[in-house]
Design a protein around this ligand. Structure first.
Ligand SMILES: [Zn+2]
Length: 414
């Protein structure tokens, strides 16, 4: 999983846990679909400010109005129209559960998958759920079902099949008509099938390789007989590189063939991300042999700060927090990495400890998920971050190195 994806999921699931002070309805969620006039939304929210005067609790009223003003301010930054996938805003006064204190927070998301419908809610929680399933960029696969008479090209994205094109070969049926020489008939038929395969390969190239914004993850070809293998010879080199499987089908080159291809290919589809992880872990192990890798939080953090890291590999199930405590009097900073469950103990310990530099007892304590903390550090130095699942064999290999590994840009002295 990419860092971008991890970050989205993490931010959204954290947002999902936030509550308003005393359960008051003052948290705003606004979903703006793609290419909508911003002015209309600004107007609508301005009207909501007017309606807010009816709210009985002055406390809630004040918070609703400031949340609305915050969103209006952020909306206006987008100019005339919402971006190509839309925008989602969350704003309002949140408090940690059980606490009286609150602060006004606001978040803006531009999702990788388009916002499907407009939504405005004022509630005691943020309505993140509609975004969670859209946050993850769905992977695009190309499908080709083919027999000597027909071919169908389709895409598969997040479980949705979309038919792009169906085409006929025009080649004669295998049984020749009377009067034709059998040799000549066979040759003509062969030529027609060859032209058909070339045409199909060109269609695939034009749609998946030449067209911009197509981030093709893989292509799967299926059908009865041998044409499914023969057609691959006509594939563009870039298309061939994306081939992840060939499946023998009962159906031919029509929509039933596509549906059968999808159900026969579940193993391949699940396997792609596992294969990518395998490759990364292999690269890490090779780099270890060549002294161009490192592991362990302290070591990797130093390498990151030096700009020596090419790829950072972290185990998804780390469940660690990076704590930063800053003295409010003299800015003395102390950092620590702790387990999730140690958080409240750690905080109460810090609050009891006076600053070693100026001896006062006032701390600003900031916590961050360790993966986010390291991932941001990697971003700053142009390193790529990959989150490795912890359920596979590859994942367990990364875990055996403490869950934090780095492939380095150059050889280092340990
Ligand atoms: Zn101090």
């Amino acid at each position: 999983m990419s860092f971008k994806q991890y970050k989205y999921e993490k931010e959204l699931t954290d947002l999902q846990k936030k509550e308003s002070p005393d359960g008051s309805t003052c948290l705003i969620s606004l979903y703006v679909p793609p290419d909508r006039a911003i002015a209309a939304f600004v107007q609508e929210l301005t009207e909501e400010i007017g309606t807010a005067t009816n709210i009985r609790s002055k406390f809630t009223q004040k918070n609703v109005v400031s949340a609305l003003r915050t969103v209006i301010g952020k909306l206006k930054l987008y100019g005339n129209k919402s971006p190509s996938t839309g925008i989602v805003f969350f704003a309002g006064a949140t408090s940690d559960s059980g606490h009286k204190d609150f602060k006004i927070e606001s978040y803006v998301f531009e999702p990788p998958e388009p916002v499907s419908r407009k939504l405005y809610v004022c509630d005691n929680r943020f309505h993140v759920e509609h975004l969670l399933d859209r946050m993850v960029e769905k992977e695009l696969y190309a499908l080709l079902a083919i027999d000597s008479a027909k071919a169908t090209i389709a895409t598969l994205k997040g479980g949705n099949i979309e038919i792009i094109k169906s085409t006929r070969s025009g080649a004669a049926k295998k049984h020749r008509k009377g009067g034709q020489s059998s040799v000549r008939f066979a040759r003509l038929r062969e030529e027609a099938v060859a032209r058909f395969m070339k045409r199909v390969a060109d269609e695939l190239k034009n749609f998946f390789i030449e067209a911009p914004d197509k981030n093709l993850k893989g292509i799967i070809v299926g059908g009865p007989g041998q044409i499914k293998e023969q057609v691959i010879e006509y594939f563009d080199k870039r298309l061939k590189d994306k081939l992840i499987g060939i499946k023998d089908l009962g159906y031919g080159g029509d929509q039933s063939g596509i549906r059968e291809l999808v159900s026969e290919s579940q193993d391949l589809l699940e396997g792609v991300s596992i294969m990518e992880e395998k490759k990364l872990v292999r690269q890490f192990l090779d780099a270890m042999m060549a002294n161009k890798a490192n592991y362990g939080e302290k070591e990797v953090r130093e390498n990151l700060k030096m700009g020596a890291v090419d790829t950072l590999l972290v185990s998804k199930g780390l469940n660690l927090l990076r704590m930063k405590s800053t003295c409010l009097n003299c800015s003395f900073l102390q950092e620590a990495t702790i387990k999730f469950e140690e958080e409240s103990n750690y905080i109460s310990e810090i609050q009891k400890t006076s600053c070693p530099k100026c001896n006062t007892l006032k701390w600003d304590i900031e916590k961050k998920d360790l993966i986010l903390n390291l991932g941001y550090l990697a971003e700053e130095t142009g390193a790529r971050t990959e989150i490795i699942s912890d359920t596979t064999e590859e994942g367990r290999q990364i875990q055996s190195f403490g869950g934090i590994c780095a492939i380095l840009r150059y050889e280092i002295e340990h």
